[in-house]
Design a protein around this ligand. Sequence first.
Ligand code: GTP
Ligand code: SPV
Ligand code: MN
Length: 626
Amino acid sequence: ASHPNVGLFNHLKGISVINGDLKSLSPKVRAYVEENVDLCKPEKIHICDGTEQENNHLLNLMQQHGTIVPLPKYQNCWLARTNPADTARVESKTFISTEKRAETIPTTKEGIKGTLGNWISPRDMDVAIKDRFTGCMKGRTMYIVPFSMGPVSSPLAKIGIQLTDSAYVVVSMRVMTRMGQAVLNKLADGTDFVKCLHSVGIPASGFVEMASWPCDPERTIILHRPQNNEIVSYGSGYGGNSLLGKKCFALRIGSTIAKREGWLAEHMLILGVTNPTGKKRYIAAAFPSACGKTNLAMMTPSLPGYKIECVGDDIAWMRFDNNGQLRAINPENGFFGVAPGTSNSSNPIAMKTIFKNTIFTNVASTSDGGVFWEGMEDEVDDGVKITDWRGKPWVKGESNTPAAHPNSRFCTPAKQCPIIDPQWEAPEGVPISAILFGGRRPTGVPLVYEARDWKHGVLIGAGMRSEATAAAEHKGKVIMHDPFAMRPFFGYNFGDYLEHWLSMEKKSTNLPKIFHVNWFRKGSDGKFLWPGFGENSRVLDWILRRLDNEECARDTAIGLIPKAESLNLEGLEGKVNVEELFNLPKTFWMEEAYAIEKYFNEQVGMDLPLIIDQELKKLKKRLIFS
Ligand code: GTP
Ligand code: SPV
Ligand code: MN
């Protein structure tokens, strides 16, 4: 009741507006709101202005409901514990809806189940929405969240309106996007927006299992209708399922807009790297979920004289400018980063970023009002007691479940990052000199190799594979195909996506070079062969020298790898088995090429661009003669 606008009542069919003024909404926004108020039947409407006052009000409200608890060890930090059935993205329940199935997913070989996205017919989507959303906000508040992906003033930015019944989503969207009044102002002239409808839902039984984290795991569904720039998400409050600006908008809907408009929406970090002579370049890198984007984007280089600055850690929107220079913006405003493994030794920059104004989800807590997760063992005092992510006592060395959920996250403002790049909000984006692909490959794949040219680079992206992680519902450490780290995020047919990537070649005479990296190769002892993290600067150093056309590479069947001694290993002598790191076992690579061929045949079929098929044939030929 302390909220300043309480008492300012407007009425939309008997519903009280507890914040903001419906009359101030553009006719398009208002129509979208009215239509969904009719459907969801909320008790109240709250139009978000993005102010700190509003944020504090929502944090208080959530605290009262037990959704979050304060973390008094830090400044304005909070911990949310979700329903244990709602801890990751649900790829199997994520759908794209188009008139024709083939617009969304490649036509697979007969009898083969598709793994490159799920299609739903427009009619079935309508039914799914009606079944779940009718009256789903009874007794709840509908928040109207205006947000911009990209700096509000950037010509590359796009606007969304998310309707949600989750205060957690509102405060998270305020961190992850530019949210509030400025965006409503921009919409006043009738500008279009991406429609994002979200509800945490109510189980069909009517029984909410965990009052502090309502959700409906059994009926969770994430729907996209690219033709209408529309997203509808039901049943989950978690990350990529509920913060609709992120994967749903910036990648799935984003990639369809990008296809139409001739640019790229990618699951990529963006970093600036300055070498010891002071020359700065920007690099974009696509690694699958929980495979090291945040860590690389914030890396503290071990090589002297190098400087890394961070533009973004998860998503890049990129386009060629009039001079043929590829430019990228980070459409996000915060980091929704994996907590476990983050420590002062692995990622000190993240540790300097996250202990103010941060919402932690599913990490463990400490008796002195702080957080804990696997990897923070050296950062908690001996006496403190730990409570695990489910709220149960947890003792190091005794408990046999992890203290923090493996997909627990921090949600923190990007501007707090001490190495945030001075150009990170540049409306025109930063110039990209190189693109990296990578994944978790325990065997066979070398630390780094360079594509022979753009087409070969597109094949490398298309053939990406990686060990499954906890970021989605997949179980076990199986090696999965994850082309461009986009498998869960393609907004349209992957064959067409490849065609689109190939079409970029003619947009520029100054294309970025493409590389593949792998920090995760293991030795026969099962241990990582490469120390990773800050030591990855050695790989960046080699890449930058390649951009300068230094002859430090030698040709192999799979691409260009560092010439003997050309990777700077000063200070690591004797600690790294370079031979094993760059060993290219012929049988492994023959099998790899066949696995990719089989995957393309079964999963992409006739939709595979001829050029990719030719590139793969060339690779196989080089392998045979190697
Ligand atoms: P999403 O946010 O899910 O898209 O993940 P991400 O790609 O940003 O992954 P992130 O950087 O959060 O890393 C995930 C996990 O990989 C963490 O547990 C890290 O500690 C670990 N990791 C990151 N970089 C390295 C590395 O160079 N070597 C090793 N061994 N592990 C790493
Ligand atoms: C990922 O899974 O790639 C993430 C986290 O970055 S989520 O926002 O849940 O998609
Ligand atoms: Mn991600």
